[in-house]
Design a protein around this ligand. Structure first.
Ligand code: URA
Ligand code: SF4
Length: 213
């Protein structure tokens, strides 16, 4: 399973997004409403990578427009990161879900598996090769695993800039900084502490981008 054959080798971000709408690189396209491709400034200094679209993103076709997105927007503003300087995307571009146990209409988020992360990686690499950001913000383990392999954990490495090198021939590298996923902040028993951690990591990203200017 891979998106590889669906990814155009040339063309800009708009061309990628158009092609991604027809991706059948793994089975997730079957039960989702639409591909949710990345969105934002094509000259962004910061590329933020989430896990996968949620229920609202799936319906609207845009990343981070639900509750996690609202929290992320607030944290970015507090960290002094201008949304106009960002591009927001996900490691996996279709919503993976299961039915609620009560068999109602509610769709419950299901974490993407390693096969989905690997299948969808060519889209993320293609986006990064066009974007050439200074800083890649990895929101949670799934984003980290997409770019650094399945052993990646946020706990050990969060808030510490590391060099990311793309596969040969697909553009320059960037600094990557991992942090907690905004949804994890929303679920945390101590939300204030979790939020403060996210904010501190985003401030690190802002300082880093400033130094790289
Ligand atoms: N969570 C994500 O990881 N991505 C989104 O786009 C929304 C919620
Ligand atoms: Fe293609 Fe990614 Fe969707 Fe799978 S999740 S069908 S690889 S766009």
């Amino acid at each position: 399973m891979t998106a590889e054959q669906f990814v155009p080798s040339d063309g800009d971000l708009a061309a990628l997004a158009k092609a991604a709408a027809h991706c059948e690189g793994c089975e997730l396209y079957r039960d989702a409403t639409q591909t949710v491709f990345g969105h934002g400034n094509e000259h962004a200094r910061y590329v933020l990578v989430g896990e996968q679209p949620g229920d609202q993103e799936d319906k609207r076709g845009l990343p981070f427009v639900g509750p996690a997105g609202a929290l992320l927007d607030r944290a970015l503003a507090e960290a002094g990161i201008d949304p106009a300087e960002t591009y927001v995307t996900n490691a996996v571009k279709h919503f993976r879900w299961k039915s609620a146990p009560d068999r109602g209409k509610r769709r419950i988020h299901e974490k993407p598996g390693t096969t989905h992360i690997n299948a969808c990686r060519p889209w993320l690499l293609a986006e990064l090769s066009r974007l050439r950001p200074k800083v890649i913000v990895l929101l949670g383990a799934t984003a980290g695993q997409s770019l650094f392999g399945s052993g990646f954990r946020v706990g050990k490495s969060r808030g510490v800039p590391v060099d990311w090198q793309p596969p040969e021939g697909s553009g320059p590298g960037a600094k990557a900084v991992a942090t907690v996923h905004p949804s994890a902040v929303l679920r945390a028993p101590d939300r204030d502490t979790a939020y403060a951690g996210l904010l501190a990591d985003l401030r690190t990203c802002a300082e880093l981008a400033g130094r790289l200017d």
